[in-house]
Design a protein around this ligand. Structure first.
Ligand SMILES: Cc1cc2nc3c(=O)[nH]c(=O)nc-3n(C[C@H](O)[C@H](O)[C@H](O)COP(=O)(O)OP(=O)(O)OC[C@H]3O[C@@H](n4cnc5c(N)ncnc54)[C@H](O)[C@@H]3O)c2cc1C
Length: 327
């Protein structure tokens, strides 16, 4: 894309520092930056980047991202189309609607089904892509459970398409939109249920209290770094007996089929481990916090260290939940 045609795009910004757009407060500069406030702006900027062979990246709330310290010689499009409409028990939401806003809309309209999102930052588009949700405390839920349909722009085919819930292939921290990088989420319809306002509010507040107690919410982070480890059937029946003897709590996790990543990291004595300005949280071992101007490379080194230690001790390969950009 030549400088002249970029300059002609209203609203385009130059050399923008991406750390200002992530909850980790980490990331280098992007050459071009554009905030898409409507669906049409979003589609047009993507078409224009493609026509001009300009690499581009879609940014939601930046709350599940580790962005490298390097500069990005391309375009970052921040999704901010935040229109919404409530009809009976359904909410239509643009992909840029922030989750705190969404749960406030649900509460205002006595709608239940999103309580577990209390305290999760980001956009509804980002939440759908990673099937955000929570299973700690007394509430369990995933955004995929309440999605009726998702409207996407297929950037390769340059076509709008609607995916019904089943076609979204929601699973633990994934969806068809994560598997197929060509799909950009434009909007969605959520199917909620009518409920009692004060009960909904209580569940939200209880859940936030649970988070405050168990997560380092006063530090910059991206939430959990790793997915919990889901055991295969054969691992459930043949888990290493020596390890179970050494770590008896494992038995309970094996019964449930999932071992929390935080447990494994904790048992490797990594809580409080520091590299540069990044630290494994003492409160929750699956959180890495930026406690002092951390660089992406500090976080990445900690991630690699954790993976190696967990593999050595438990023979388990942890998989990142955090998404990398520009490494
Ligand atoms: C303190 C804290 C607690 C958290 N707790 C939880 C939790 O309990 N459960 C949980 O699931 N998550 C949690 N998170 C992580 C995060 O908030 C969520 O996963 C959130 O849904 C990510 O959305 P986002 O808009 O910030 O995505 P981003 O970080 O902006 O993007 C993540 C990925 O999605 C892509 N993307 C974003 N928008 C779109 C779109 N419209 N179309 C296509 N691709 C898109 C991006 O390109 C990127 O690859 C937590 C984070 C923090 C900081």
């Amino acid at each position: 894309m030549d400088q002249e045609s970029i300059n002609s795009i209203p609203g385009i910004q130059f050399n923008v520092l991406l750390k200002d757009y992530t909850t980790f407060r980490i990331g280098g500069r992007t050459k071009y930056f554009f905030i898409a406030r409507t669906k049409n702006e979003l589609i047009e900027i993507i078409k224009s980047a493609r026509r001009n062979n300009l690499p581009f990246f879609i940014l939601g709330g930046g709350s599940k991202l580790l962005i490298s310290d390097k500069d990005f010689n391309g375009l970052v499009v921040k999704i901010q189309n935040s229109e919404f409409k409530v009809q009976d028990s359904q909410i239509f939401a643009g992909a840029g609607v922030l989750t705190p806003k969404l749960i406030a809309i649900a509460l205002d309209n006595n709608l239940t089904g999103l309580e577990y999102l209390k305290g999760i930052p980001g956009t509804i588009g980002g939440a759908i892509r990673g099937n955000a949700g929570a299973s700690g405390g007394s509430i369990t839920g995933f955004i995929g459970d309440v999605i009726k349909q998702v409207e996407v722009f297929d950037k390769n085919k340059e076509k709008i398409k609607v995916f019904k819930n089943k076609e979204c292939r929601f699973n633990y921290r994934t969806s068809v939109f994560k598997e197929n990088q060509s799909l950009i989420i434009l909007s969605c319809i959520l199917q909620l249920k009518k409920g009692n306002k004060s009960e909904i509010e209580k569940r939200m507040n209880d859940y936030l209290e649970y988070r405050k107690k168990n997560q380092p919410l006063n530090f910059a982070s991206c939430g959990s770094i790793f997915k919990n480890y889901v055991l295969s059937k054969s691992e459930v029946s043949n888990f290493n007996k020596k390890l179970i003897k050494e770590f008896p709590e494992l038995e309970n996790f094996i019964k449930k089929g999932t071992i929390p990543a935080g447990y494994l990291i904790d048992k490797c004595n990594l809580k409080g481990k520091i590299i540069g300005g990044a630290k494994v949280s003492e409160k929750h071992a699956n959180f890495i916090v930026n406690f002092k101007n951390a660089k992406a490379k500090d976080v990445k080194e900690l991630i690699d260290l954790i993976k190696n230690k967990v593999k050595d001790k438990f023979k388990i390969e942890l998989e990142e939940e955090v998404q990398y950009f520009n490494f």
